[in-house]
Design a protein around this ligand. Structure first.
Ligand code: HEM
Length: 539
């Protein structure tokens, strides 16, 4: 800020009353004269003798997230002429957090890891900077307002320069010939690169927005990649990777969740045998439809919303009963016979969760993936990757909650002591650290196995370990969330403000313990898979 106007602290001291109120935060001078009456914490606190006209960085950072300064940058009028070292350094876009355990060990410059090489590191640096600079602000605002991710941003993410929609599909020939962020060649891309992209996105702390951004495609597109004909791939993939079109996975129904055998949506073959005619309904379909809202640029600090049609999935990868004992997966294109309706969940509406209704929808027989009656095979082939993505996600969200809570425990004083000085708080933090680091280490081990196995072998050999890993991570997330809320107190159950991410996590971590198979189902699957490998000889 070379051209900033400079003030002495004595000059700032003069502006210390109602209607003429300045103060200093992190060496920046703010004029709050007209903002004081709108200050969410009230005008009174700002007019206190130790605040008005003073350097109040310590008071500020014990009550606000640093993002408040970005949001209210318009109140900044200059800088102190003799700055003191900033007591609360704010991370620049792309920087690693200096908070202990806030980053996975492989990002600690003093540590080594057998799993990551220079290509993973350069990709990590590139995407972190991009997410911090281009995505973070929108993600946090839209998470709260329920708005869809903006068209401009999803399209930018789909440009060949960023190729983020392609990377979220994992390694494969869809990346061939591309030069990815950080100079990584598409052919070098492995599951650790994908893990890096997922975990960097999670740092933004906006789970509903993140689901609305890419979740439909991550679970809805693999059948096209793995079972689609070349003609289907040519027609569908480029538009989805460029974010011109969107796809959702449509399996669950009011009577069938993880239990795909209970699916009731059904289809009859047309008389000429060229189409399936589909009728039925699907529930909890991510990205099915977004709230028809758009933010208006009003003077209010809170987002104001007004009706407008939003964009939504153009394709539904749908599980359909094609006979009494026959389940098929088909790619259904949205037309007038397909209706979507918003479902409100504890996630942000930015996820676009919806009901999908099919009423006599005509689907060309060529749109059946993997052959008629092979729906279960197609669904199962997808599950491992979906569960692994969820594992990457919970592991990183849990770490972010730890970072927030660790910082808070250093800031917050109770009965004259910082929270971190209380053994009971340190004990809770210790439990968080070992759960987070155990989860990440197990996740990296499973990921390493994936890099050395075919897709089919992953399903056969890793379904059990993956199911147990997901159960461990989502159970741990519940315990971490609970301990975080206890440390944050009222702020952990208050939307917005210092504890915003903690409140959001305790409201949303359950998604990961249900989606892709509930904890109970997966724990049982993990054990049953191990039972199959039990040799008779040892009994
Ligand atoms: C640049 C100066 C400031 C701005 C832009 C600002 C803005 C805000 C905002 C947006 C909130 C709502 C909560 C949040 O989003 O974090 C808030 C809350 C609050 N602010 Fe400020 N504030 C400033 C300085 C101060 C200072 C110097 C104090 C001194 C004590 C203060 C005391 C409070 C209090 C007590 C709350 C309520 C916190 C709570 O509910 O936990 N603010 N402020």
């Amino acid at each position: 800020m070379a051209s900033a106007k400079l003030f002495t602290l004595e000059q700032v001291n003069q502006h210390n009353k109602e209607g003429d109120l300045w103060l200093v935060v992190n060496n920046d001078v703010y004029d709050l004269s007209s903002f004081a009456d709108m200050h969410p914490g009230g005008a009174g606190v700002l007019l206190a003798a130790d605040i008005a006209g003073q350097d109040c960085s310590t008071a500020f950072f014990s009550l606000h997230r640093s993002e408040v300064l970005t949001k209210y940058a318009r109140l900044k009028i200059g800088r102190l002429d003799t700055p003191s070292p900033a007591p609360y350094p704010i991370l620049q876009p792309g920087e690693l957090s200096p908070v202990p355990y806030a980053e996975p060990d492989w990002l600690n410059p003093s540590f080594r890891s057998p799993y990551y090489n220079d290509t993973h590191r350069s990709l990590q640096r590139a995407v972190r900077k991009f997410f911090d600079e281009e995505v973070k602000a929108e993600a946090r605002v839209h998470e709260l307002s329920g708005e869809r991710p903006s068209k401009e941003l999803v399209e930018l993410m789909g440009t060949p320069q960023w190729a983020l929609h392609q990377m979220r599909m994992g390694p494969g020939k869809h990346l061939a010939g591309l030069t990815l962020p950080g100079g990584v060649k598409g052919e070098q891309f492995d599951y650790f690169h994908e893990l890096v992209v997922i975990q960097e996105l999670c740092r933004l702390g906006a789970p509903g927005y993140m689901a609305g951004l890419q979740a439909g495609q991550i679970i809805g597109l693999p059948p096209v990649l793995n079972f689609g004909t070349p003609a289907m791939q040519k027609r569908v993939l480029p538009d989805i990777f460029a974010a011109k079109k969107f796809i959702s996975l449509a399996i669950s129904e009011p009577h069938a969740g993880s239990d795909v055998q209970g699916i009731q949506t059904s289809a009859k073959l047309s008389e000429d045998g060229k189409h399936w005619i589909v009728s039925g309904m699907k529930k909890w379909i991510t990205k099915g439809v977004f709230l028809p809202f758009v933010r208006l640029n009003g003077s209010s600090d809170l987002p104001r919303l007004a009706p407008r049609s939003g964009y939504f999935s153009d394709y539904f990868m749908t599980a359909v009963r094609t006979g009494p004992k026959s389940l098929s997966m088909m790619l259904i294109e949205r037309d007038d016979t397909v209706e979507t309706r918003k479902i409100r969940t504890s996630y942000s509406s930015a996820a676009g969760t919806a009901y999908v209704f099919f009423e006599g929808t005509k689907v060309p027989v060529e749109n059946v993936l993997g052959g008629e009656g092979n729906g279960l095979k197609v669904i199962l082939s997808n599950f491992n990757h979906e569960r692994w993505v969820i594992c990457c996600r919970i592991a990183r969200y849990s770490r972010l909650m730890f970072e927030e809570t660790w910082k808070w425990a250093h800031l917050r004083k109770s009965q004259g002591k910082r929270l971190i000085d209380q053994p009971v708080v340190r004990n809770k933090l210790a439990k968080m650290i070992y759960k987070i680091d155990m989860g990440q280490a197990w996740l990296e081990n499973v990921t390493y196995q994936m890099t050395h196995m075919s897709y089919a072998d992953q399903s056969a050999l890793l379904a059990g370990p993956m199911a147990l890993l997901k159960t461990f991570l989502s159970r741990s997330a519940g315990e971490i969330s609970d301990d975080c809320v206890q440390i944050w107190g009222g702020r952990g159950i208050t939307q917005g403000g210092m504890g915003a991410l903690i409140e959001q996590f305790q409201r949303t971590y359950k998604f990961d313990s249900i989606l892709g198979g509930s904890e109970e189902v997966l724990a049982d699957l993990g054990v049953r898979q191990a039972m199959k490998r039990m040799p008779r000889a040892v009994l």
